[in-house]
Design a protein around this ligand. Structure first.
Ligand SMILES: *[C@@H]1O[C@H](CO)[C@@H](O)[C@H](O)[C@H]1NC(C)=O
Ligand SMILES: *[C@@H]1O[C@H](CO)[C@@H](O)[C@H](O)[C@H]1NC(C)=O
Ligand SMILES: *[C@@H]1O[C@H](CO)[C@@H](O)[C@H](O)[C@H]1NC(C)=O
Ligand SMILES: *[C@@H]1O[C@H](CO)[C@@H](O)[C@H](O)[C@H]1NC(C)=O
Length: 385
């Protein structure tokens, strides 16, 4: 979608310039000739300056020619800024990565980054979680607007500003509008670039609380592993209901190809967001052909309001999915943090022997919300993102 929007914009710009040229061409042929000459010259200048920038940014590195073309650049057609973008991204990733080139990534907009909103709660979970504080050193915040970026800079060492020309991602009200969809797809495009740069990542929505280190619970042999709204018991079963808000992806040709396929599939399914498209393409033969290993993560470790992790000794993350509205989400996440604090305050032997339980969902409970069937998925998605 985003890509489509970007390139159609380009085509429009081209059309406009052609029309101008066309308007003149029946007057004087030599004017047209001069126009063509000027365009040719301009293209040459752009290509040359692009090459110069590209090589000064990466003098010793081989990079495929398809390397990192964010939708925003395609849209504006400003090729000379490409080198700078990729350099900026790589600088942030390098600083934040673990020794094995792994980063944790989340995205934030203004509404979620505001004081006392999701971002604060998210960071707090790492601090009160069991051995999760150190993971903050490897967390990259991708800010979708200027306010989110400023707030990130004030609180966190690894911030990246991802801009998309002409789209304002700052409000809460973007949910399931055209801009909301564009933001979701922009995210897939961005993660594709991270993989291309050779970094493994855990992508986490910021409304996911990190209570314990998830790495020991990932499958060692999978390319793409994803948390679920509902987990049916078998991690290979494609019928599990994945939630795009949390996944662990290892960089390889297979995952780079997969993200590209996922992103371009948005054109085949207009109006759907990344998660719904994933539910379509997960059965596509393309995935088998490239040999991509997909696994679904057990809600016992990676839970949410849709299907909570029952055992506090096992839970790694809890997602405020199946929740509608930012205020409800913030309210219930605070309650959830308090449940966790209470659990951690217990003596070790009681923690092991006496089962704890969540006092949420409260305001998030989807039984409080009865949308018509077609909108129901959308409401759940609102919770997911
Ligand atoms: C292209 O990007 C460069 C670097 O970001 C910027 O300095 C320049 O003004 C941009 N040009 C246009 C036409 O947007
Ligand atoms: C990367 O390092 C982290 C932290 O030591 C570890 O938990 C994770 O399993 C490593 N990833 C791989 C693919 O080895
Ligand atoms: C990945 O793809 C590139 C280009 O197609 C190829 O040169 C390289 O050998 C591949 N790497 C692996 C590990 O398959
Ligand atoms: C949560 O729900 C209670 C009871 O329905 C309501 O009084 C309260 O205003 C809600 N709080 C938020 C933050 O939505």
């Amino acid at each position: 979608m985003d890509k489509g929007g970007g390139s159609s914009n380009n085509i429009k710009a081209d059309d406009a310039s052609l029309e101008t040229g066309g308007g003149q061409h029946h007057h004087l042929d030599h004017l047209l000739f001069r126009q063509v000459l000027r365009i040719t010259l301009l293209c040459t200048v752009i290509v040359v300056s692009c090459l110069v920038l590209y090589h000064s940014a990466y003098p010793f590195q081989f990079l495929p020619s398809s390397f990192y073309k964010p939708a925003s650049s395609a849209r504006g057609g400003n090729l000379s800024s490409l080198g700078k973008e990729e350099l900026k991204l790589e600088t942030v990733l390098k600083k934040a990565a673990m020794g094995n080139k792994t980063v944790i990534i989340t995205t934030l907009n203004e509404a979620w980054a505001a004081p006392n909103s999701i971002f604060d709660i998210f960071l707090e979970s790492f601090r009160i979680g069991k051995q999760t504080q150190r993971l903050l050193n490897h967390l990259v915040i991708v800010a979708l607007d200027q306010k989110a970026y400023s707030r990130c800079l004030a609180l966190h060492p690894h911030c990246y500003s991802l801009t998309t020309d002409g789209i304002d991602f700052s409000g809460e009200a973007y949910f399931m509008t055209g801009d909301y969809l564009k933001m979701m797809w922009r995210r897939i495009d961005f993660l594709h670039s991270v993989l291309e740069l050779g970094y493994d990542f855990v992508f986490t929505d910021a409304d996911i609380m990190w209570f314990q280190d998830p790495f020991p619970h990932f499958y060692p042999d999978a390319d793409f592993q994803i948390a679920c709204d509902n987990f049916w018991g078998n991690s290979y079963d494609l019928n599990n209901r994945p939630n795009g808000g949390f996944n662990y992806v290892k960089s390889s040709n297979r995952t780079v190809d997969f993200y590209k396929f996922w992103y371009t599939s948005s054109e085949a399914y207009p109006g759907l967001h990344d998660q719904d498209v994933l539910n379509k393409i997960k059965y596509d033969p393309f995935i088998k052909n490239i040999g991509l290993q997909i696994r679904f993560l057990d809600t016992a470790y990676f839970g949410g309001f849709c299907e909570p992790s029952k055992d506090f000794n096992l839970v790694c993350t809890m997602h405020a999915n199946c929740c509608f509205g930012l205020e409800s989400k913030v309210h219930d996440l605070r309650v959830m943090l308090q449940d966790w604090r209470n659990f951690m305050a217990l003596p070790a032997d009681q923690r092991a022997s006496q089962p704890s339980s969540w006092s949420v969902p409260q305001n998030c409970s989807i039984s409080n919300f009865h949308p018509p069937e077609t909108q129901k998925t959308n409401a759940e998605q609102g919770g997911n993102n």
